[in-house]
Ligand binder design. Structure first.
Ligand code: FAD
Ligand code: NAD
Length: 474
């Protein structure tokens, strides 16, 4: 006999736990299934994001930043510390404590919202029946009036560089090195490569990043990518573009890489190799035969604009469907689907999802890039402003980067905002808000911004669209 629920959610990552909690808030009887185990071997809710993604990477980025500042920035402030040293065990232990606090927090939220958690692997069968193979070896059968698939994503593995958890790792391994590798190789100069490459570089590793594409961060605005690349090079991150890796062999505790730089084959020898070449939908084993749910050629679950799979009562959200693989995109989809099930309006605007790369300087954007607008033939104008001319940024010793506002040539409506600099992960939301409210560059220019704050860069950039920035020549 199946246990009956209004909503059964498979996956308790950002997309799944948001869907489960919102559905419960709306009065539905909810079950949520998750297969993941934490480092202690016990079930851990919260998905990639809380266990091995957003939160642990930011914990290590913050620890490594403290060390970097102590080595390179504190002297300027007249502060010196003698005999400073790094204890990687303590640093990683701090990260693990934060992870445990947050994964445990989801379990508490489930209890508070009367959501039944099942710990094991769930498979959707025809008729909205979900069979769960629990960690204790038993199987339970759940029936949902609605089923939400929120299975997330897994790292892509390269056939010639299989993860061994010791020398060749993905994000999971690179968040848990027990000591600073002397030489770290990274395949892929994307978000993970740059963030985790920065962590270990700041802690003292020699980091070489091999990127197959000739352009750096092709998804970002080209000008922002250029400014960020210059800063990363200054920090000593060795980023080789147009480098195609063909071989990775582990020999005598070292990884020997062969890559082609466009002219000839070259070799690189490292102690650890992080492969960060993207992620793929975790749809394997999720669907039994005959459910009617379709996968596309990339293995993603096919959905419409409202995350509906086309099978009555079956929805899919987060990394396992189209769109950016970002936790906050999953949050919004989870909430929207729960609200749609409850008969409320629910919608996610994929055009205003902010992107942030948490390097130093941070890179953030929302909306279109200049290169996208050119390709689409949309006329636009831009205004930029450097942090080097912002009093607060200079007082903080963080003058790198700039803000660029892109507006429609004729209507002045904001089409994109691109930021490189300190704390731009927070500032980008001014652009998101302005775009959601269909604001113009003039709207931003006429809004009073507190002085001295970093947000003044946005104010002056918006004024620069109309060639009337106050703090620079136009
Ligand atoms: P997931 O978080 O992957 O969760 C899916 C869950 O479902 C998992 O717990 C999995 O075990 C479980 N599951 C899968 N299949 C089944 C099944 N059949 N039965 C039972 N359980 C199942 N995004 C950001 O927005 N900001 C960041 O700073 C950021 N940093 C990141 C850093 C790293 C190193 C990585 C790897 C990712 C990062 N991301 C970041 C991306 C972010 O983690 C994902 O976009 C997000 O976790 C996706 O949420 P999700 O709920 O769709 O899937
Ligand atoms: P990514 O798509 O960001 O970057 C992968 C990079 O690897 C690309 O630049 C690609 O050109 C390159 N590449 C692909 N195949 C290659 C090969 N064979 N050799 C060399 N280079 C190759 O992927 P990622 O860094 O693995 O991250 C996965 C996803 O996780 C991201 O797309 C993002 O959605 C999410 N994430 C987000 C954040 C954040 O929001 N701050 C942080 C980490 C991860």
């Amino acid at each position: 006999m199946a246990d009956n629920f209004d909503v059964v959610v498979i996956g308790a990552g950002p997309a799944g736990y948001h869907a489960a909690i919102r559905a419960a808030q709306l009065g539905m009887k909810v079950a949520c299934i998750d297969a993941a185990l934490g480092k202690d071997g016990k079930p851990a809710l919260g998905g990639t994001c809380l266990r091995v993604g957003c939160i642990p990477s930011k914990a290590l980025l913050d620890s490594s930043r403290q060390w970097h500042n102590l080595q390179h920035l504190f002297g300027e402030h007249g502060i010196t510390a003698k005999d400073s040293k790094i204890d990687v065990g303590t640093m990683v232990g701090r990260k693990d404590k934060i992870v445990k606090q947050f994964t445990g927090g989801i379990a508490q939220l489930f209890k508070a919202n009367k959501i039944t958690a099942y710990y094991g692997f769930g498979t959707l069968h025809p008729g909205k029946v979900v069979k769960v193979k629990q960690h204790d070896g038993t199987e339970v059968e759940l029936a949902g009036k609605h089923v939400i698939l929120a299975a997330g994503s897994d790292s892509i593995e390269l056939p010639f560089a299989k993860f061994d958890g010791k020398h060749i790792v993905d994000n999971v391994g690179a968040l848990d090195f027990t000591e600073v590798p002397k030489r770290l190789g990274v395949i892929g100069a994307g978000v993970i490569g740059l963030e985790l490459g920065s962590v270990w570089k700041r802690l003292g590793a020699e980091v070489t990043i091999l990127e197959a594409m000739p352009d750096f961060l092709a998804a970002a605005d080209a000008e922002a990518a250029k400014v960020a690349l210059k800063e990363f090079k200054k920090q000593g991150l060795d980023i080789k573009l147009g480098a195609k890796v063909s071989k990775a062999e582990v020999r005598k505790n070292e990884v020997h890489l062969t890559y082609n730089d466009g002219k000839a084959d070259a070799q690189l020898v490292v102690d650890k190799l992080l492969v960060a070449v993207g992620r793929k939908s975790a749809s394997k084993g999720l669907l039994a035969d005959g459910t009617g749910v379709k996968l596309n050629e990339r293995g993603q679950i096919e959905v419409d604009d409202h995350c509906f799979t086309g099978v009555e009562g079956v929805w899919a959200v987060g990394d396992c469907v189209r769109g950016p693989m970002l936790a906050h995109k999953g949050f919004e989809e989870g909430i929207a689907v729960a609200e749609l099930i409850a008969g409320l309006p629910g919608h996610v605007n994929l055009d205003t999802i902010p992107w942030v790369i948490y390097t130093e300087p941070e890179i953030a954007w929302v909306g279109k890039t200049e290169q996208q607008l050119k390709a689409e033939g949309i006329p636009f104008k831009t205004g930029s402003f450097p942090f080097a001319a912002v009093g607060r940024a200079v007082a903080m010793g963080e003058p790198a980067g700039f803000v660029k506002v892109i507006a429609h040539e004729e209507t002045d409506r904001i089409l994109g905002m691109h930021l490189v600099g300190v704390n731009v992960s927070e500032l980008v939301h001014e652009g998101v808000l302005a775009m959601e409210f269909h604001g113009s560059a003039e709207d931003l220019a006429r809004i009073c911004h507190a002085h001295p704050t970093l947000s003044e860069a946005i104010h002056d950039a918006a004024m620069a669209v109309d060639k009337r920035a106050i703090h620079k020549a136009n």
